[in-house]
Design a protein around this ligand. Structure first.
Ligand code: PZK
Length: 286
């Protein structure tokens, strides 16, 4: 038990505390992971950028789907949320071909049962966004499943609601981001059920840690795209010859500063709020 409640779970870069039976605190740290390894060097303000972005999206998408956000703490990195019964599936929406989607398409011509046109190249924009559900693995990578399997695990009425909500959220956010020079290649949603049985969006949402953000400037299908936020870190790690197993290397100051600047740039482009203002009054400016 701390001032923040009882610790209930840790992610790679976040912690969850139970405040009472109805409420949780989600705390985003400044830790960064790359190639699935958490690095020993934090990126100052990363947790506040990610929390601020989640809060921004939660306040602008509640008409599309209600979400668990209740309030932001003055530290800028702690969100107080409604406690939900989380669904056992995560809902990935893809508008572009990257990551496991690109791999599945190359091997089979389809992703999670979505037949795609032949001849698409890496990072291509899809004819329309697709939902590619995945089961949540405790360790290692999540497993893509078909919509039929997800429907079995969630119930078909609930699945239809989740599918519509996820695609609507992605369309709204990707249009907003693309107009501000950021391609939202794909993103992952986690949803849960409130005590009254209603469907509620949980977790973080539409952040660079739960999504692929690409700079629209220089977008070129046919190759992997640089990450808007993590590319300095990835490039530097590649140059060191690190074997990508834990522990990761400590980052030099210029890589830390360059990476922090990219997170702040993503925040400012998407929210149109100066990050310094958010730091002064996080709860009022978004
Ligand atoms: C919940 N996680 C994932 C694990 C993290 C996040 N509103 C909620 N109600 C109940 N449970 C959760 C949520 C949310 N969000 C989410 N685990 C539980 C997770 C570890 C660290 F920050």
């Amino acid at each position: 038990m701390t001032a923040q409640g009882v610790h209930v779970a840790s992610g790679k870069v976040r912690e969850i505390f139970a405040l009472d039976d109805e409420r949780l605190a989600l705390v985003a740290s400044d830790r960064i992971s790359t190639f699935d390894v958490v690095l020993p060097t934090p990126i100052p303000d990363k947790g506040r950028v990610l929390t601020g972005l989640s809060v921004f999206w939660f306040s602008r998408t509640r008409a599309i789907v209600p979400n668990h956000f209740l309030g932001l703490e003055a530290d800028g990195r702690t969100m107080v949320c409604r406690r939900l019964q989380m669904l056992p599936i995560e809902y990935v929406v893809r508008g572009y071909l990257a990551g496991s989607g690109w791999r599945d398409y190359r091997e089979t011509g389809s992703i999670c049962g979505h037949e795609l046109p032949p001849g698409l190249v890496e990072s291509a924009r899809l004819p329309s966004p697709i939902l590619t559900p995945a089961t949540k693995a405790k360790e290692g990578h999540d497993l893509n499943v078909s919509e039929a399997e997800a429907e079995e695990l969630c119930g078909s009425e609930r699945f239809a609601a989740v599918k519509a909500a996820s695609l609507d959220l992605y369309r709204f956010a990707s249009a907003h981001a693309e107009a501000r020079g950021i391609i939202l290649a794909d993103t992952k949603f986690e949803l849960g059920i409130a005590p009254d049985g209603s469907l509620v969006l949980g977790d973080e949402a539409l952040t660079p840690d739960s999504s692929r953000f690409w700079p629209a400037d220089g977008y070129e299908p046919g190759r992997p795209q640089p990450s808007f936020d993590k590319q300095f870190v990835r490039d530097w790690c590649e140059r060191t010859g690190w074997d990508k197993t834990a522990p990761g290397p400590a980052l030099p100051d210029d890589v830390v500063a360059g990476t922090r600047a990219r997170y702040v740039e993503a925040f400012e482009r998407l929210t149109e709020v100066a990050f310094e203002e958010y730091l002064e009054r996080p709860e009022v400016v978004l």
